[in-house]
Design a protein. Structure first.
Length: 542
């Protein structure tokens, strides 16, 4: 941060070893706090507070700062907002290329229509991609379709047994017949499914049915992604990497990383503090990890990755440790560039979901429900044109869904409630969208020029300027922790501060009109960017 650099220069004479990590920004008690006195006081036979008072009494402050105070051993610095307001309001962020990153997310399989549980990986992956792009990374968005597992073999069995009526969205019907098959709980189903899987990997039998199922399911998924405005740069299919994965399994045996038990190949990971894992089954068929090993190697060879990120539920933590350890043992120098981003489960009004049992909330149905709820709100606010109502409602509904999921720290469980998500007040997507719409309404009425400086700045204006300063730091932290909820927190705090400013400071027609309009412009710019980083569009009106 520019202003921390100014303080380092001002304090270097007293503290030659002072660094950026000695400063706390944002600080709860001031604009920028410094903790250097705690580590330096002992060398001078002083308490941290005594040293802080001594330094505060003699430091020559840069012009960007108004004052410094000694408080409980900290040096608390306060910015001169009249001096720096123009810099804050005109600030732009330059992107510097930082390398290629692949983010793999969503990963539906053909026997599970996308339900609320899929929303978390999909929205997290999309938002993480946007955050990394904003900071200069070239992001490759990847979707990995699990099209050759045992569950797909069961889908083929269900297709043969029940057929498809094609009376509804195809991925929905595929999910229904899969759940119907599972409800039978017949051991013969398991044996038949394994035979089908063997045939898929070794013979041409069932290939036509398999292709139809996978193609139809993907088509259904793509319709859902279009509703959500989610796009991918590359689609991978498990079937494409199965044979190469089996060859890698044989290399694992040759290198002593795995052993054979009959025809099965098992990676020996217990000596490394992890459970052993089957890489090839006794009948020679592969598993998810068989293809994943080959795909991961392909990713790094093909795309020259600085990092590869998997956005997959936390229940797969052990699996990814096993995958990355095998890659390390294989001698892949880039193994430490692999990162699993886990997340907690989603419940719906307190109930857990299960695709096998057919107990889930379809994402398409949930979007439609939220759109209808949003339409009611838009009509209440006076809009009569049905086409506009539909356009506005869709942006509100999708924004509400994404925000309600992304605002929760990813390792925590979410209990999703559509009534709460669609509210136009409180910590919701619609509230943030409305804040931008309010900014736009003010700006449309103003026809003059803007002024980025003011001789007097009140507490509400200062609070906005201070919050603007935090934006880049929050985005960097969001990227570092791969946690979009930090962007949500910041956006809600900024919208709340703006609301207080709006209630207490007349903008149009005020003495400081041109300066306050500049504050509104910056609020709009940053809130729009926050929402964009979350994958949320802003409607023209609400």
């Amino acid at each position: 941060m520019e202003f921390v650099g100014k303080l380092i220069e001002a304090l270097k004479l007293e503290f030659p070893k002072i660094k950026e990590n000695n400063f706390i920004f944002p600080s709860e008690f001031c604009d920028i706090a410094c903790n250097i006195c705690f580590s330096e006081a002992k060398n001078r036979n002083l308490s941290p507070q005594q040293l802080a008072e001594e330094i505060a009494g003699k430091i020559k402050l840069p012009k960007e700062f108004e004052k410094v105070e000694a408080a409980k051993g900290y040096l608390n610095f306060y910015l001169n907002y009249s001096e720096i307001s123009e810099r804050i309001l005109k600030s732009k962020i330059e992107k510097i290329y930082k390398g290629n990153v692949m983010v793999e997310f969503s990963q539906p399989n053909p026997c599970k229509a996308m339900h609320l549980g899929h929303a978390r990986t999909t929205f997290l992956g999309d938002s993480i991609s946007k955050i990394l792009e904003f900071l200069g990374y070239k992001v490759i968005r990847a979707n990995y379709y699990n099209d050759l597992g045992k569950q797909v073999a069961k889908e083929i069995l269900a297709y043969k047994k029940y057929g498809l009526k094609r009376e509804k969205k195809i991925d929905h019907e595929l999910a229904e017949i899969y759940a119907r098959l599972h409800s039978e709980k017949n051991e013969e189903i398991e044996r038949e499914a394994q035979k089908i899987l063997y045939s898929l990997e070794n013979e041409n039998k069932y290939r036509e049915i398999w292709k139809e199922i996978v193609t139809s399911a993907v088509k259904g998924f793509e319709e859902t992604y279009k509703k959500l405005n989610i796009k991918f740069d590359v689609n991978f299919f498990e079937s494409e990497f199965r044979e190469k994965g089996k060859k890698i399994a044989n290399i694992l045996v040759e290198k002593g990383i795995a052993h054979r038990e009959g025809n099965a190949i098992i990676a020996d990971l217990e000596k490394h503090g992890l459970p052993n894992i089957v890489v090839v089954r006794e009948d020679g068929t592969g598993l998810y990890i068989t293809s994943d090993l080959a795909l991961t190697i392909y990713k790094f060879e093909k795309f020259n990755l600085e990092k590869s990120i998997w956005v997959v539920g936390a229940e797969q933590n052990t699996y990814f440790k096993q995958l990355f350890k095998i890659l390390e043992l294989l001698g892949c120098e880039w193994y430490n560039k692999c990162k699993h981003v886990g997340y907690g489960v989603i419940t719906f009004k307190g109930s857990k979901m299960s695709s096998r049992a057919g107990k889930y909330i379809l994402l398409d149905d949930l979007i439609d429900e939220l759109i209808e709820r949003a339409k009611e709100e838009v009509r209440k606010r006076g809009e009569e044109n049905e086409k506009k109502i539909s356009e506005i409602a869709k942006k509100i509904a999708v924004g509400a869904l994404k925000y309600e999921i992304l605002k929760v720290e990813r390792n925590k469980t979410i209990d999703f409630n559509p009534e709460r998500a669609i509210l136009f007040e409180g910590n919701t997507g619609p509230y943030l969208q409305y804040s931008v719409v309010r900014c736009n309404s003010i700006l449309k009425k103003y026809k003059g020029s803007v002024d980025y400086k003011a001789s007097k700045i009140n507490e509400f204006e200062k609070a906005l300027l201070r919050k603007f300063l935090e934006f880049l730091e929050v985005v960097r932290e969001g990227a570092s922790q791969l946690k979009p909820n930090l962007i949500c927190n910041y956006a809600y705090e900024l919208a709340t501060i703006f609301s207080k400013f709006y209630e207490n400071c007349k903008v149009l027609g005020s003495e400081n009109e041109s300066f306050r309009v500049a504050l509104v412009m910056k609020t709009k710019e940053i809130l729009e960017k926050c929402l964009d980083l979350l994958g949320i569009e802003v409607p023209e009106k609400m």
